[in-house]
Design a protein around this ligand. Structure first.
Ligand code: SF4
Length: 388
């Protein structure tokens, strides 16, 4: 009998559930998303439940205590109510939830209503991650992000009555949003009753519509100087409003850091279910099938619908630890960086760190390396200079 199960973590406390359906395809989107294919929602949901049940049947450890759950996508706010409640019920049966379990769902404004949020809250969802991105409708629409400022403002009126832990995602560098408009929008956003803000740089991923539009000159991206100015202003402004920057892109009010994301950044194990979903068992990273048909066909296999399974090398682990650590205010441990390196390599690294400290891009205190505000904005270049 086939008893091999690829996910080997003896314990894990976080779950990710992927809902890939979207009402439109944003031009910048690199995610596993299915736009205009709602007819497959039921069959996908059935496969997802099968994947969860099959995992539970073959997982050899005790019922796991779950501290965080994240419904991501795609657009999980389009998950039909009865199906979502079904999934939550199966998860609660299969895992050990407790009163402090953080349960987050991603929400796209314009795809949700008040009754739904009421229902989610009753089902145990206690955190919303709202994809605001910008308050400039025209700029969003030209990237095929078909939501409106009105949708967002309505949501912010009723959602806090049900769920008080609300995070918003913003994208910095959207074409046609000026520095003054960015300032105006952020000034408005901090007045909402929200606890957390994620600010991402607009990234042009290959094979997206945005990539081709930029390559053909149809879309012009803002300059690097513009981005740096916006980022520095945002750091200072959010700090003055009581949002602590605890990661390169993440700002939170006291005690409202994202517990789920912290699991990723701490490199702790987590189990993910759904199309293209990525799990980590502490040693291996695994990704599920991204093709819907393949995913459905493999959902009942004992190993799950895994397409890729990679055991990280020592070098990859070191690089992950440095990259994840340097992005965070808590920093990266020097001992994690140099473990297993020979003396000459450690010497070169030490000298590069000294240079970065002298340039004001990094601090080194009690064997912990941290990027300064100036360093955060060039994090990629700093990682490259460390040559790990
Ligand atoms: S809503 Fe999110 S997942 Fe869906 S297409 Fe847009 S960016 Fe991608």
């Amino acid at each position: 009998m086939h008893k091999i199960i690829t996910f080997k973590a003896r314990s894990f406390h976080s779950l990710y559930i992927h809902w890939p359906f979207c009402p439109y395809r944003c031009h910048f989107c690199p995610f596993v998303a299915l736009a205009g294919q709602d007819q497959y929602m039921q069959v996908y949901h059935d496969a997802l439940i099968q994947e969860i049940n099959t995992f539970i049947k073959h997982y050899e450890q005790n019922k796991q205590r779950i501290d965080t759950v994240f419904f991501g996508g795609g657009t999980p706010s389009t998950y039909p109510n009865d199906l979502l409640l079904d999934t939550i019920a199966i998860l609660k049966e299969s895992f050990d939830f407790h009163e402090k379990t953080e349960v987050t769902i991603e929400v796209n404004p314009g795809t949700v209503n008040e009754e739904q949020i009421d229902l989610w809250q009753k089902a145990g969802i206690n955190r919303l991650s709202v994809g605001v991105q910008s308050l400039k409708d025209g700029a969003l629409h030209s990237l095929n992000r078909l939501q409106s400022k009105h949708d967002v403002e309505q949501l912010m009126l009723y959602a806090p009555n049900y769920i008080n832990n609300i995070s918003v995602d913003l994208i910095m560098g959207i074409p046609d949003v000026s520095f003054e408009e960015w300032q105006e929008y952020l000034t408005k956003i901090v007045q909402w009753p929200i606890k957390h803000i994620s600010v991402y740089f607009l990234t042009v991923h290959e094979d997206t519509r945005l990539y081709f539009n930029v390559a053909s000159g149809k879309v012009q991206l803002p300059s690097d100087d513009f981005m740096v100015d916006c980022y520095f202003w945002t750091q200072a402004f959010l700090a003055s409003c009581g949002f602590e920057q605890y990661e390169l892109s993440n700002f939170a009010r006291k005690n409202f850091f994202s517990r789920h994301n912290s699991v990723y950044w701490d490199r702790k194990p987590y189990k993910a279910f759904g199309l293209g979903a990525c799990s980590f068992d502490g040693v291996k990273r695994m990704q599920n099938e991204k093709n819907l048909i393949q995913y459905i066909q493999k959902a009942t296999l004992p190993d799950g619908p895994i397409a890729i399974c990679e055991e990280l090398t020592d070098q990859q682990i070191r690089l992950e630890k440095v990259m994840l650590g340097l992005r965070r205010s808590q920093g990266a441990l020097w001992d994690d960086i140099v473990v297993g390196l020979d003396a000459s390599k450690v010497c070169i690294l030490q000298s590069e760190v000294d240079t970065l400290v002298n340039e004001g891009l990094m601090t080194c205190d009690k064997r912990v390396l941290r990027l300064t505000q100036k360093g955060l904005v060039v994090e990629n270049q700093i990682i490259a200079r460390l040559g790990l």
